[in-house]
Design a protein around this ligand. Structure first.
Ligand code: XMP
Length: 327
C-alpha cells in the first residue's frame, strides 16, 4: 500500500469515502456472510457500522464479554448495537472461562498471554458454531499498517495484533475497510454514520481491559472492587468537566493492602491508585494536574462507597519510565 501524507480528508471526502465503501461492500457482501468481532473500541465499532449500512443481512457480530469490562459497559454495547441499531450481534459470556484460566496467575506478561489466548479460543469456538463464513471483517486502521511495516516506506514498530484471527475457521478473505484512514478520520466516519459521541470519542481501553489494571491474581471480587472505584473516579472527572481535557483516566486496584480504621477497629484493605495522563501519541505522557478538590472528592467517595478499599493514591509519574497502564 502507498504511504499517505499527513493531510486529512475533507468533510466531502469523508462522505465520499462512506458512499464508495457502502457501494463496494454491498456488491461484495450481499448474499454472503461476514463475521466481525466487536471489542467496544472505536475501530471495530466503525467497521461494523459501515458494513451494516452496506449489507445488514450479511453481518454477524460477535462481542466477547470477558468479564474485564468497566461498569455496565457490556450492557451499553448491547444496547447501542442490538436495540438501537438492530444489528445481528451475539454476546458471548466468557467471564467464568477467563477467570478460571487466570486463577493463581499473577505475573503480568503471563496474564496478558492467557487473556489473548482465551480471546482467540472463544472467538474460534463461536465462529465454529456459526458455520462457514465468507469473510472476516477487521478494524485495522492506517496506523496499524504503518507500525507493522505494511506500508511502503513505513517501519516495523510492532507486530499488528489488534484483532485476532481464528485459526481453525475458514473464510475467503479479511476485509479491512478502514485501513487507509487515520484515527481522527475513523472517528469522523463514525460520527457521520450516526454512532454516539461516547462511543466514537471513547478513551483508549486495552483489549485485556481491567485485567491489566487488577494487579496480582485476578479474581471476581477484585474486579468488582475495581469497577466500582473506576466508575466513581470517571464520574468525578466528568462532574468537574475535565473529561474533555484529560486524554485517559482510570483506576487501578493495587495488590497492596494497608492498615486503616473501619467502625472503630483496625482493618486491612486494598489501595486504589488513580491514573490520569495527557499525551499526544501515548509514546510519552505526563500525569494530569487534576485539582486537589476533584481528587479529594473522588478519594472520599471511593473509600466511603467501595467496600474493602480504604486508601487512594494518585499516580504522579511520567511515561517514560512508567507506562500508562500498570501492567
Ligand atoms: P502503555 O501502558 O504501554 O499504554 O503506556 C499506551 C497506550 O496503549 C494502551 N494499551 C493497550 N491498548 N491493547 C490495546 O489495545 C493492549 O494490550 C494495551 N496495553 C496498553 C494504553 O491504555 C495506553 O492508552
Amino acid at each position: 500500500m502507498e504511504q499517505r501524507t499527513d493531510k486529512r480528508l475533507t468533510d466531502a471526502e469523508i462522505e465520499k469515502f462512506i458512499e464508495d465503501n457502502v457501494k463496494s461492500l454491498r456488491e461484495k457482501l450481499t448474499g454472503k456472510k461476514v463475521l466481525c468481532a466487536l471489542s467496544g473500541g472505536v475501530d471495530s465499532a466503525v467497521t461494523a457500522t459501515l458494513i451494516h449500512k452496506a449489507a445488514p443481512d450479511s453481518l454477524i457480530c460477535v462481542f466477547i464479554d470477558h468479564g474485564l469490562m468497566r461498569l455496565h459497559e457490556p450492557e451499553k454495547i448491547m444496547k447501542v448495537y442490538k436495540e438501537e441499531r438492530k444489528m445481528n450481534i451475539i454476546k458471548v459470556d466468557a467471564a467464568k472461562r477467563f477467570l478460571s484460566a487466570l486463577r493463581h496467575v499473577s505475573e503480568p506478561e503471563r496474564k496478558r498471554k492467557i487473556m489473548g489466548e482465551e480471546f482467540i479460543r472463544v472467538l474460534e469456538a463461536e465462529a465454529k458454531k456459526l458455520g462457514a463464513m465468507d469473510y472476516m471483517a477487521q478494524g485495522t486502521i492506517y496506523a496499524d499498517l504503518l507500525e507493522s511495516g505494511s506500508v511502503k516506506g513505513g517501519k516495523h514498530i510492532k507486530t499488528h495484533h489488534n484483532v485476532a484471527i481464528p485459526q481453525n475457521v475458514e473464510f475467503k478473505e479479511i476485509i479491512e475497510p478502514l485501513k487507509t484512514l487515520y484515527k481522527d478520520e475513523v472517528r469522523r466516519v463514525g460520527v457521520a454514520l450516526g454512532l454516539p459521541n461516547n462511543m466514537v470519542y471513547r478513551q483508549p481501553f486495552p483489549g485485556p481491559g481491567l485485567g491489566v489494571r487488577t494487579l496480582g491474581e485476578i479474581t471476581g471480587p477484585k474486579l468488582d472492587t475495581l469497577r466500582a472505584a473506576d466508575s466513581i473516579f470517571r464520574d468525578e472527572i466528568e462532574a468537574a468537566k475535565l473529561d474533555g481535557e484529560i486524554w485517559q483516566y482510570f483506576a487501578i486496584l493495587t495488590d497492596a493492602r494497608s492498615t486503616g480504621i473501619r467502625d472503630g477497629a483496625r482493618a486491612y484493605a486494598y489501595t486504589v491508585a488513580l491514573r490520569a495522563v495527557n499525551t499526544v501519541d501515548a509514546i510519552t505522557a505526563d500525569f494530569a494536574r487534576i485539582p486537589y478538590d476533584v481528587l479529594a472528592s473522588a478519594s472520599a467517595r471511593i473509600v466511603n462507597e467501595v467496600p474493602n478499599v480504604h486508601r487512594v493514591v494518585y499516580d504522579i509519574t511520567t511515561k517514560p519510565p512508567a507506562t500508562i497502564e500498570w501492567e
